[in-house]
Design a protein around this ligand. Structure first.
Ligand SMILES: [Zn+2]
Length: 536
């Protein structure tokens, strides 16, 4: 099976064909940087980062651009509220956005992730050129407060979202203006004399100084950075109309060429209140979960895992959240994702005990490919493992080839871990009777797991100590102190002669420490090599 991608434009899955040339070009609409990023802002970046990873894995070179809208009504209003300037606010919030991306394993300004983030204010000249051309072609027209795009001049306007004219009026309500030729016309340039100097740019238009409309920013930056036709244009479902419809109309009217070969739209987060009723995140409700807040409770890895365990075109369910209750600081969907991630960490610890090396040092890609099952079976002492591995491997790829079904692919990760755990149990890999051939087979299975995880951008680096300890350096230090003291007690108890009246009370004390820690949610595991601890 070859890669199939669902395109919003054709409303079906199509075989993925890039344009001639060596690089796949991908443009995804980025944030308006006026507030700190909330977790909804991370859904698109995680999805498209995984799209890039999979395409790269298939051998493509991918150039991925995400724009930053650093001039906009919301920014102007927010800067005023905060008594700061628009550029200062934009810079601060862009830095916050980058930190959030990095926390979710998305490389910033890097060929390994998002290659570049053009800022709208750095492309004003290019936007003016596009608008001028559209005016010359009589597709755009000037009025005293701006320049508008004439939707009646674009024969196939509305083709992306397939809306009837009545629904398109919704766009008109966003930009009411009696001087518009058609209610659905939208602004390419706006002149608002009362606005701060820093958001007013010189223009050759009759209306004079002003700023670009939101849609023209993307048209200009996408084409400037990636060329007239993009291989993939992505964004959230909420951007389909009017933003993407208008981007498409402007771009194709300007270049006369298809703007994007594939339009991909990711589903949005869904939340339920404490009674299970669907609700929206809203500042007025106090239930907007910023990434910075969420990562005080769960790691960025957990957030990424949470996004990837659904199919990207479906709504992503955060589950129930009683946000007014301080004992439930995050929605239960994230709590569940954190538990799942812990089960992977426990497996990686097991691998380290068996092989004496860290999971994270394994190569992101196996050096040898999978042989047919029959050949494999010869080299694999444990028949079930040998039989199951090629099938798991095949299904992982089938899911990814089927419109990047990461939910299915994550399901394969679970199955693989479960299979490897059973194999390790049955072959006594953590006991003295283990045989080296089994250890090697186990290692090969884990190498496959590492490769699959890398494709999804998961478990790339060891978790920070606080993620496995649930606390910080002080907590880790105190836990180690407690374990050392408990170890000393055990040592003394073991050494004590059988009839020593202190022997039992000493052992009781070590059991009491385990019990009390258990009540706090900390589990101790005594092994020949020492005692380890984990939360949960
Ligand atoms: Zn856009």
């Amino acid at each position: 099976m070859a890669l199939q991608v669902y395109s919003t434009l054709t409303r079906k899955k199509e075989p993925f064909h890039k344009q001639p040339g060596e690089t796949v070009t991908m443009y995804v609409c980025g944030p308006t940087v006026y507030k700190p990023s909330h977790i909804g802002h991370m859904v698109g970046p995680v999805i498209f980062d995984t799209v890039k990873r999979y395409l790269t894995y298939l051998g493509y070179k991918v150039k991925w651009i995400v724009n930053i809208t650093d001039v906009d009504d919301k920014l102007i209003n927010r800067a005023k509220e905060l008594n700061t300037t628009v550029p200062a606010l934009a810079e601060k919030m862009t830095a916050d956005y980058f930190e959030c991306l990095k926390a979710l394993n998305i490389a910033v300004e890097s060929p390994a992730g998002i290659d570049h983030f053009p800022r709208a204010t750095q492309h004003i000249g290019g936007m003016i050129d596009v608008i001028n051309d559209l005016i010359k072609k009589d597709i755009a027209y000037e009025v005293d407060d701006g320049v508008y795009f004439d939707v009646s001049k674009d024969d196939d306007y509305g083709k992306l979202t397939n809306r009837d004219p009545e629904q398109m009026e919704a766009g008109a309500r966003l930009e009411p203006n009696p001087k518009k030729r058609n209610p659905g016309d939208f602004a390419l340039w706006k002149s608002k004399p009362g606005e701060p100097e820093e958001v007013q740019f010189a223009s050759p238009f009759k209306c004079g100084r002003g700023r670009p409309g939101w849609h023209i920013e993307c048209t200009c930056m996408a084409i400037k950075e990636l060329g007239e036709t993009l291989d993939i244009h992505g964004g959230g479902l909420d951007l389909q109309f009017p933003h993407h419809e208008n981007e498409l109309a402007q771009s194709e009217s300007w270049t006369g060429k298809a703007f994007a070969r594939v339009w991909m739209h990711n589903g949005l987060l869904q939340l339920r209140d404490k009674d299970g009723k669907p609700t929206k995140m809203a500042g007025s409700e106090g239930n907007v979960l910023n990434v910075a807040t969420a990562t005080q409770h769960v790691s960025g890895e957990v957030l990424r895992f949470f996004v990837l365990k659904s199919h990207y075109r479906t709504p992503i369910d955060l589950g129930i959240w009683d946000w007014k209750n301080p004992s439930t600081p995050i929605p239960n969907g994230l709590v569940e994702a954190a538990e799942s991630v812990q089960s992977f960490y426990r497996f990686f610890e097991r691998y380290e005990r068996v092989r004496g090396e860290s999971f994270y040092t394994l190569p992101a890609r196996m050096s040898e490919r999978w042989a047919p099952a029959a050949d494999l079976a010869k080299g694999w002492p444990y028949a079930d493992l040998a039989k199951a591995m090629p099938d798991l491997w095949k299904r992982f790829h089938e899911y990814m080839e089927d419109d990047f079904n990461t939910g299915g692919a994550v399901g394969v990760l679970y199955e693989l871990v479960s299979l490897l755990n059973k194999f390790a149990d049955k072959s006594g890999l953590e006991t003295g009777e283990r045989n080296m051939e089994n250890v090697l087979s186990f290692g090969r299975g884990v190498a496959a797991l590492r490769e699959m995880c890398s494709v999804l951008g998961l478990f790339l680096e060891p978790p920070a100590k606080k993620e496995i300890g649930g606390g910080n350096e002080l907590v880790s230090g105190l836990m180690q102190l407690l374990l050392d003291l408990r170890g000393n007690l055990r040592g003394i108890a073991k050494e004590a002669a059988k009839d020593n009246p202190l022997k039992k009370p000493l052992f009781d004390q070590t059991d009491l420490i385990r019990k009390r820690l258990g009540e706090l949610g900390v589990t101790l595991e005594d092994r020949a090599t020492g005692t380890t601890w984990r939360v949960g």
